[in-house]
Design a protein around this ligand. Structure first.
Ligand code: ACO
Length: 314
């Protein structure tokens, strides 16, 4: 079975508490409003000279520092999930390839907004079956601050920048006990889209409707997924959109909060970056071990609309 052998992540050095952000951008909001509605207390924001590509590269380098340097030449496939890239080509995955010298890889980007990492890992899992050896690098990276309108308080306070990465060791098979459910639906009433304002593209979101979509559609599809495959699992690692949503997952699935890890308090919503950043944190904190003894579910949801759940043994 192919296997995740290492994780890595990168958060920019500039940390903004809610109060710092409100002050810097003169936002008509308060720490209490943001904290009570979302659980967010702060976020990391990249410098202007850092691109989403450089965040993806830093996360990859953090991962590769944990493995033998010889493997660079054995990476067969690099996929980066992101919704905040302004570089159609070279893709973010091309940029990572060049920076780490993975000259024998082929590369592609995936955009499925906040579901991007789950979709990218699905692709990576399927593609890695074509390779009896070598490695697959899967990255989620976002510089949300490039697409945030800091005059729109309904979005500006919710997002952060960052990137996370996983390395799969290929062996011609998929991840152990792998199960998947992925879906997309086009629905403007419930969309998150970039809006052109002057020369800039900004993210806009119908927050209440997205909340309802997750409540009604995503959680029930996850509940069906778990029931259909009789899944037992150690952790449910969800996209970090809102602590209230994570609490709702726990309540509706009747599982303890300990089973649904969260880092939204300090990292905010990093879209496609959120799941791999959290996974790397869990590995560092030894909540999860990459030794075949634990099982996880990853659940992503967001713009498009798009949503998906993956289950596998670590
Ligand atoms: N500070 C203060 N007040 C604010 C702010 C703010 N930052 N933003 C909005 N408000 C005001 C609104 O103007 C509104 O005022 P009004 O009643 O006078 O009109 C009031 O607060 C309530 O606004 P709502 O949008 O109804 O607030 P709600 O309780 O729904 O919380 C939130 C908003 C946090 C966005 C919530 O709807 C949510 O989390 N939705 C899910 C969003 C999500 O999950 N997004 C991510 C998924 S996809 C992805 O990650 C890209």
């Amino acid at each position: 079975m192919s296997k995740i052998i290492a994780t890595g992540s990168y958060l920019p050095s500039n940390y903004y508490s809610n109060t710092d952000l409100i002050t810097k951008y003169n936002i008509d909001s308060s720490h209490e409003w943001i904290q009570q509605r979302s659980g967010i207390e702060g976020r990391y924001l990249a410098d202007t000279d850092e691109s989403v590509g450089s965040l993806a590269i830093e996360a990859s380098k953090a991962l590769l520092a944990k493995v033998d340097s010889d493997i660079m030449a054995e990476i067969r496939f690099i996929v980066v999930a992101s919704m905040s890239s302004f570089s159609p080509t070279p893709s973010l995955a091309n940029q990572v390839q060049a920076a780490i010298g993975a000259t024998n890889a082929w590369t592609v980007d995936v955009n499925a907004a906040c579901s991007g990492f789950v979709m990218a890992l699905e692709l990576a899992n399927q593609v890695s079956r074509n390779y009896a050896s070598g490695y697959t690098l899967v990255i989620g990276a976002e510089k949300m601050s490039d697409i945030l309108n800091f005059e729109d308080r309904s979005t500006a306070v919710l997002f952060g920048d960052g990137a996370g990465a996983l390395l799969l060791k290929n062996d011609g098979e998929q991840l152990t006990d792998y199960q998947h459910y992925l879906a997309s639906a086009s629905d403007d009433a419930l969309s998150i889209h970039l809006e052109q304002t002057g020369d800039n593209y900004y993210l806009t979101m119908l927050g209440r409707e997205v909340f309802n979509f997750v409540n009604r559609t995503v959680i029930s599809s996850l509940s069906d997924f778990i029931a259909e495959h009789h899944l037992s699992y150690d952790y449910l690692v969800c996209h970090q959109a809102n602590q209230r949503l994570l609490d709702l997952f726990a309540k509706k699935l009747k599982i303890s909060h300990d089973k649904i890890p969260s880092n939204i308090q300090k990292v905010a919503n990093t879209s496609a970056g959120s799941i791999p950043i959290l996974l790397d944190q869990m590995v560092t904190e030894q909540l999860i071990r990459l030794d075949g003894t634990q099982s996880i579910i990853l659940s992503g949801f967001g713009g498009g609309l798009s949503w998906g759940h993956l289950y596998f043994k670590l």
